[in-house]
Design a binder for this molecule. Structure first.
Ligand code: FAD
Length: 339
């Protein structure tokens, strides 16, 4: 029996651990993977952080310096060192399959036994639930279809006709990655909107935090112009076309014009990985889980951390998750004291 079980030991789970320790609570972290690093273990080769190391730190201990924009490996090493430094009790690989309510506590069922806790922080991220929109004819396409999560790098697409769908950071970075080796068609729902070149991850957290007053990051643009994206854009290699109407056997079609393609890469985002919470029946009629900060309104000792702005401003970023984690840990401490 623990006071708190944290599900997921990626950056969000570790930030929670830092503040739970500070609040003097007894906790354990359960993580489905065999090694530390969360989703950063799975990016493609050229993936770079959109902010320098000194602006990508978790609470308490800064990310070690890196010249330029760090690759995913640097983040993995940092997260591994972080959990070691604080000697967190992380159990791996332990996949949580179901969280239930029993006798005023939570029962956390996993593939490696059952835990019980007074409070739960779910910090399972989004990488594990890739999202592809419903597009007419998608199943008919005879070429290859991948999502961001399946993309390993440009080599296997050399000389191929590749359609990259999506105007966010993943779409722009993967399009830039492929621009010189493949016959690229980049497709975005609306014209690509680059953040001003001088804005990178440093500013994102501040802007997201002030989003109520300013309209936030979304008001400025969707794409951080990291050096690789900026270079491809400035060389005229990133010309976006509007979204196609349907897909045929041979490729996407804009009204009657079909563009033959060998592969379509869907960079169309993610959904929160919350399947383990299904027994609690938290979703309302509109399919969303109502939260107040990180606290689930229908289940006040369950907190959702790191899934996006709806669970805390910029909480799905390295620099942004700390303040939200602190608020969640402090609230849990107050809840358990009141009990
Ligand atoms: P994750 O890293 O996904 O960690 C969740 C952990 O929970 C994983 O280890 C997973 O195995 C585990 N888990 C999942 N389900 C279960 C379960 N049922 N039981 C037990 N364990 C489970 N952010 C930045 O700050 N800077 C950037 O430059 C940046 N670039 C990004 C680029 C891309 C392409 C993407 C997709 C995201 C980027 N982000 C960036 C956003 C963010 O930092 C990452 O998405 C981050 O990995 C989210 O951390 P997390 O801890 O919430 O989730």
């Amino acid at each position: 029996m623990n006071q708190v079980v944290v599900i997921g030991a990626g950056q969000a789970g570790l930030a929670a651990g830092f503040y739970l320790r500070r609040a003097g609570l007894d906790f354990v972290l359960l993580d489905a993977q065999t090694t530390p690093g969360g989703a950063w273990l799975h990016g493609w080769d050229s993936l770079r952080l959109f902010s320098p190391a000194q602006h990508s730190s978790l609470p308490g201990w800064p990310m070690p310096p890196y010249r330029g924009y760090p690759p995913a490996d640097h983040v993995v090493d940092y997260l591994a060192a972080y959990e070691k430094r604080y000697e967190f009790d992380v159990r791996r690989p332990v996949r949580v399959t179901a969280v239930r309510r029993t006798d005023g506590q939570f029962e956390i069922a996993t593939d490696g036994g059952t835990w019980r806790a007074d409070a739960v922080i779910s910090a399972t991220g989004t990488w594990w639930r890739p999202f592809i929109p419903a597009i007419r004819g998608r199943a008919d396409f005879l070429g290859r279809q991948l999502h961001t999560v399946d993309y390993g790098g440009p080599d296997e697409f050399a000389g191929q006709r590749v359609v990259v769908v999506g105007g966010g950071n993943s779409g722009a970075q993967i399009a830039a990655d492929l621009a010189e080796v493949a016959h690229l068609t980049w497709v975005t729902r609306r014209p690509p909107r680059y953040l001003p070149d001088e804005i990178d991850g440093r500013a994102l957290f501040d802007i997201a935090s002030r989003r109520q007053e300013t309209g936030g990051v979304a008001a400025l643009g969707d794409i951080v112009a990291v050096p690789q994206v900026r270079a491809a854009r400035d060389a005229g290699l990133l010309r976006a076309r509007p979204l196609f109407d349907r897909i045929t056997e041979s490729g996407p079609a804009w009204t009657d014009v079909v563009e033959p393609a060998d592969a379509v890469i869907w960079c169309t985002g993610f959904r929160p990985a919350l399947g383990h919470l299904a027994p609690l029946q938290l979703r309302g009629r509109d399919g969303t889980v109502r939260t107040d900060g990180t606290r689930v309104v229908a289940e006040p000792r369950l907190h959702l951390l790191g899934y996006g702005d709806w669970t805390g401003p910029a909480s799905a970023t390295l620099i942004g998750v700390g303040p939200t984690a602190r608020a969640a840990a402090n609230e849990i401490a107050a809840q358990l004291t009141r009990r």
